[in-house]
Write a protein that binds this ligand. Structure first.
Ligand code: 86U
Ligand code: MG
Length: 506
């Protein structure tokens, strides 16, 4: 029987929620759009936190905590910055039986909570650079249908907010952080992403420019914004906004408004990892973030087996688990005597445990174990001698091959398109169209509108069908060089500037 009850390529949305439930990663919650993160998924967030926290501290970033409440007049400091977002702001209007004088917003992001205090704390250039990060949750009362980890009304993230004397320092940090995000996805989660810059239309409107990691979900053929690192320029420090300035060290008596960045990575990481690697047996965990990397299961114990035979097998399993744990492999022996080996195999496969070691009487005699990889199902005997070394290298191989397979799939779906008539068919083939684009915003609106009308009817639960610009990849070398003045934008015929990824997205 199909463990997950529905096939990934048949009903992706149902497959996704079933995988999360069967792997015991989450449970539904009484408030719609909110989910409980159970230990099996929360441990993945902890792995990401531990790694990222260590890295940003190397960059001199310090963690802090600002209140979750933002007063109305502070949140709406700059009308046009928030107005586009205002429908999704959640407000506290009452405490107990009495209404509040003023409604208080629950932070949807913390710029407006933090920057009045940046203005207060940053007086001299010696107070720069200021680099603070928060690990917290934010609330955005989304109305589009919620999806666990991908679009929820409350989510966990980190938000970094930094201030510099010069634009050059800010520009450099934007890319340093984006590179750390790339490592979270590619090295920890084995998920390939393409770093690039957002178009003027798609960037964070309050900022100067937005750099992004673009992920891709092959099953739906949709792109997904995996992480963002914005340069805010001086938009938030200027006098009309939060007035964050120092005396210009090179021009006394002149005010210099600071250059700021803000960057975020959320529990969306877990959803992307699940969608990219999961299969019809359920979750498939990359070893780097698996809370159990190897599960040891006693096998072949006949019903009539003697107690000592059962005990010798169980003891061996526990001993192997201990040996592996001593070598920093997160290993567990499943000695539950109420379940058959077959039941256990299915249970741990649904939870995505990267490696299973089977130990039966014959294995004991031969002093070997049968290893079974979760990602490929490949089985191979492994001598119990130097078992820790063998298991560690097998886990590394699994990590590498999970990434390579996902990257090859992603790159196969990225199609170089130079003629408009090929754009919609590319999207309908669940691919991303990379076009030599003119970077004119009106053209972008036109592409979205023309591709929405022409596209095949996608299932009604899917997000919008029109093609958005996803990113302008920093690495342009993968496509035919654009000849300035000669290469034309396939959508509008104007001169093309850079290869740009267009696709449907989450
Ligand atoms: O994306 C990030 C990274 C972490 C720090 N913040 C930036 C920009 C967030 C952009 N954004 C995103 N969503 C929002 C939703 C709101 F309800 C609202 F009032 C404001 C915003 C909003 O500013
Ligand atoms: Mg949003």
């Amino acid at each position: 029987q199909i463990a997950i009850g529905v096939k990934k390529e048949v009903d992706f949305a149902a497959w996704y929620t079933n995988v999360l439930l069967k792997a015991d990663m989450l449970d539904y919650y009484s408030v719609s759009g909110c989910y409980i993160l159970k230990p099996w998924s929360y441990s993945i967030w902890e792995e990401i936190q531990e790694w990222f926290n260590k890295e940003i501290k190397k960059l001199g970033v310090q963690n802090s905590y600002f209140p979750m409440f933002v007063s109305q007049k502070v949140l709406e400091r700059e009308k046009d910055h928030v107005e586009g977002f205002s429908p999704e702001v959640a407000w506290v209007t009452r405490a107990g039986q009495s209404d509040l004088e003023e409604p208080i917003a629950i932070r949807p992001t913390s710029e407006t909570a933090m920057y009045p205090y940046y203005s207060k704390w940053i007086q001299s250039h010696r107070d720069l650079p200021l680099k603070l990060n928060q690990w917290n949750s934010v609330v955005r009362w989304e109305f589009k249908n919620p999806q666990p980890f991908l679009r929820t009304r409350e989510f966990l993230w980190q938000e970094g907010h930094t201030a510099f004397l010069t634009k050059a320092e800010a520009d450099a940090e934007v890319r340093e952080i984006l590179e750390l995000y790339r490592q979270v996805y590619e090295d920890l989660l084995a998920v390939p992403v393409i770093p690039g810059i957002k178009s003027e239309k798609e960037k964070f409107a309050g900022g100067l420019y937005t750099t992004t990691l673009e992920g891709f979900i092959p099953t739906s053929g949709r792109g997904i914004q995996a992480a963002t690192s914005h340069c805010l320029g001086q938009n938030f420090s200027r006098p009309e906004m939060f007035n964050i300035s120092v005396e210009d060290p090179s021009k006394p008596n002149e005010k210099l408004y600071v250059w700021q960045n803000s960057w975020g990575l959320s529990t969306r990481t877990i959803g992307v990892m699940t969608m990219v690697h999961g299969d019809n047996q359920g979750l498939v965990l990359p070893p780097r973030v698996a809370s159990i990397q190897a599960v040891i299961v006693p096998c072949g114990i006949k019903a009539g087996a003697s107690d000592e035979e059962r005990k010798s097998i169980n003891d061996k399993c526990e001993e192997i688990a201990k040996t592996l744990r001593a070598a920093n492999v997160r290993a567990k022996a499943d000695l539950r005597d109420i379940y058959t080996p077959g039941y256990k195999f299915n249970d741990w496969e649904q939870k995505g445990v990267p490696l299973r070691l089977e130990i039966g009487p014959k294995d004991l005699e031969k002093k070997s174990t049968l290893t079974v990889r979760r990602d490929t199902g490949a089985k191979a005997p492994l001598p119990l001698e130097n078992i820790a070394e063998g298991v560690s290298s097998l886990l590394e191989t699994i990590q590498k091959e999970m990434f390579t397979r996902a990257r090859d799939t992603y790159f196969e779906r990225i199609k170089e398109v130079s003629k408009w008539e090929d754009v919609v068919p590319t999207l309908d083939a669940k691919c991303v169209a990379v076009i030599p684009w003119c970077e004119v915003e009106a053209c972008e609106d036109d592409i979205k509108e023309r591709s929405a009308r022409a596209s095949a009817p996608t299932d009604e639960r899917a997000p919008s069908a029109g093609a958005k610009s996803l990113a302008i990849p920093f690495d342009q070398s993968r496509w035919t060089p654009i000849e300035p003045g000669k290469t034309k934008c396939p959508a509008c015929g104007q001169d093309a500037k850079r290869w740009t990824m267009f696709g449907r997205s989450y």
